[in-house]
Ligand binder design. Structure first.
Ligand SMILES: [Zn+2]
Length: 133
């Protein structure tokens, strides 16, 4: 079988800074310059006050597991199961989907504290989460 490339995000005008920061191992969220709300997913417009102005605020990288699933059925040739995908509620409020980095068989509990770590690939670093000690 031919090598199947791993799919990666395709940065655009709005999301480029978000992905560039991840290559520096920084998780950032858009923060509205008008009303101060944190917005995620990245977008051109604040959903609270409709302002186009924003800055990039660095996340603490800490959150809690809001939900999770363990993938046991292969849905893409580049992703070999089993692996656990988390929905993490970040301290800043947004909920982020990313993979859990932990030994196979690790017990995962909703509400458990996690922190971001980084998985480096040739062109794009991606966040993963590890359970706090
Ligand atoms: Zn706003």
């Amino acid at each position: 079988m031919a090598d199947i490339p791993t799919p990666f995000p395709q940065p655009d005008r709005d999301t480029a800074k978000f992905w560039e920061a991840q290559n520096e191992h920084r998780l950032v969220f858009q923060k509205c310059s008008q009303c101060g709300s944190i917005r995620y997913l990245v977008g051109p417009l604040c959903p609270e006050c409709h302002s186009f102005e924003h800055e990039w605020a660095e996340s603490s990288g800490r959150g809690t597991i809001y939900s999770f699933t363990t993938v046991r059925h292969q849905t893409h040739p580049a992703f070999v199961p089993p692996y656990t995908v988390l929905l993490v509620e970040m301290e800043e409020g947004p909920r982020l989907v990313a993979q859990l980095r932990a030994p196979e068989g690790t017990e995962v509990v909703i509400g458990a504290a996690v922190h971001v770590e980084w998985e480096d690939h040739e062109k794009q670093s991606l966040p993963v989460f590890e359970l706090d000690e």
